[in-house]
Design a protein around this ligand. Structure first.
Ligand code: ADP
Ligand code: TYD
Length: 217
């Protein structure tokens, strides 16, 4: 019997937009505004976040709020596992949504690991540890909302009852520097957009829309 030529799979892939920034930079606000904007033009999107609400994510939350103590290397490893579960789990894995053609917007992805964990350990180790996620799914675009740590801390203090482990200003200064270092290091292999987040919500939303609308209209 002759070999049949393989059928060409028409895989309709959705866009994957990752928002990044230090704590209090306005990611969730801008994700909400972008999702609304997309809805207005008839694009349904799935919004999600890391750490996730999976069992691994909830373990991370307990560590971040100080209820469980562990080494920073363990935390970095848990984020690697949480991210893989975020992509691959059977119930609401991001990868299958993307393959179905759904647009997915995530509040944090692997650049969060590159920035937050490389304060305590070599960035190359963190990049290497996340290599499987990168291989499975690279963002169509990573949007970094760049906010002065003074502004971020002021916003956090206004709105939260307690300061979580990573929300101290000196740490946020270092994390911001690490983000910029990671973007510089990977600028040839990633699509990164840096937005000045020290402005009004509306001005920021307008600039983000300007940068992403070509993927949808
Ligand atoms: P993140 O998700 O990055 O932690 P949020 O979107 O939750 O940030 O914003 C943190 C706080 O700052 C919220 O109370 C939000 O209303 C406020 N905020 C968001 N964007 C701005 C902005 N451009 N200017 C002033 N306050 C803002
Ligand atoms: P969260 O309360 O969700 O903060 P935010 O609303 O600012 O995103 O907590 C997430 C925290 O986890 C935040 O401090 C960043 C940190 N984090 C890491 O350290 N590594 C990671 O890989 C990710 C995704 C987040």
């Amino acid at each position: 019997m002759k070999n049949k030529a393989p059928k060409i799979q028409q895989v309709k892939k959705g866009k994957f937009i990752a928002f990044e920034g230090i704590d209090g930079s306005g990611k969730s606000t801008q994700i909400r505004l972008l999702a609304n904007k997309l809805k207005e033009i008839g694009v349904y999107c799935y919004t999600t976040m890391e750490p996730t609400d999976s069992p691994i994510g909830s373990l991370i939350h307990q560590i971040m709020t100080g209820r469980i103590k562990t080494d920073n290397k363990v935390i970095a490893g848990l984020f690697v596992a949480d991210r893989l579960d975020h992509l691959l789990n059977d119930v609401n894995g991001v990868l299958s949504k993307i393959m179905e053609g759904t647009t997915v917007i995530t509040d944090r992805y692997y650049f969060s690991s590159y920035a937050y964990h490389s304060v305590d350990m070599p960035m190359d180790w963190v990049i290497q540890a996340n290599a499987q996620s990168k291989e499975l799914l690279q963002p169509t675009v990573t949007i970094f909302i760049d906010v002065n740590p003074d502004n971020a801390v002021e916003r956090i203090a206004k709105n939260r009852f307690h300061q979580e482990l990573f929300e101290k200003k000196s740490r946020l200064i270092k994390v911001r520097e690490k983000y910029l270092e990671a973007f510089e290091k990977l600028k040839d292999e990633e699509n990164i957009v840096i937005i000045d987040g020290n402005r009004s919500q509306e001005e920021i939303a307008e600039e983000i829309w300007d940068k992403v609308k070509s993927y949808f209209v």
